[in-house]
Design a binder for this molecule. Structure first.
Ligand SMILES: Nc1nc2c(ncn2[C@@H]2O[C@H](COP(=O)(O)OP(=O)(O)OP(=O)(O)O)[C@@H](O)[C@H]2O)c(=O)[nH]1
Ligand SMILES: [Mg+2]
Length: 150
């Protein structure tokens, strides 16, 4: 089965998003390594923050169908390098998370994500209130579905 790989900086909310998408309610714990979880792959934020580790993400992405770039709506700076998604061999979807948070700055988050991901759609969710989660699960499910040839 081809999966979607979830990437983003430390504490962005990747594991919480995965828990929400998989409808599990244990709190997320710090991710120490690549974790295959059903149709999703969780990654440690460190892999995304240190250019020497980008290659782990890129190597793993060859066996996936979709990249989910997670942007925390409360961040004051962009942790993704410009055009980051272009270095991967699969299409990307941008996810702005923590939209429920009082410090969320949606305009800034959208701008940061667009710099990292010049192409591809962006979605806005909260893993806390579950806002947007059902729609996103449906959408990703459709994108991961094998195309049938007639
Ligand atoms: N308010 C709010 N907090 C969130 C949301 N999603 C995650 N958080 C909080 O953000 C913190 C980090 O969440 P994680 O899901 O562990 O982050 P991560 O990206 O997996 O981090 P690493 O595993 O270290 O790379 C936790 O304290 C979560 O409770 C959200 O949608 N809203
Ligand atoms: Mg995590």
């Amino acid at each position: 089965m081809k999966r979607a790989m979830v990437i983003g900086p430390v504490g962005a909310g990747k594991s919480s998003l995965i828990q929400a998408l998989l409808q599990e309610d244990k709190p997320a714990v710090k991710t120490q390594s690549l974790v295959f979880r059903n149709w999703l792959i969780d990654t440690p934020g460190e892999y995304c923050e240190n250019p020497l580790q980008y290659r782990f993400l890129i190597a793993t992405s060859f066996d996936t169908k979709l990249l989910l770039l997670v942007q925390d709506a409360t961040r004051k700076r962009n942790y993704f390098p410009p055009g980051f998604s272009g270095g991967f061999p699969v299409p990307s979807l941008g996810i702005i998370t923590k939209i429920d948070h009082p410090d969320a700055d949606m305009d800034k988050a959208r701008r940061f994500l667009r710099q990292a991901m010049p192409k591809g759609d962006c979605y806005e969710v909260s893993s806390m209130t579950m806002s947007g989660i059902d729609e996103l699960r449906e959408l990703i499910g459709g994108l991961l579905q094998p195309k049938t040839n007639r």
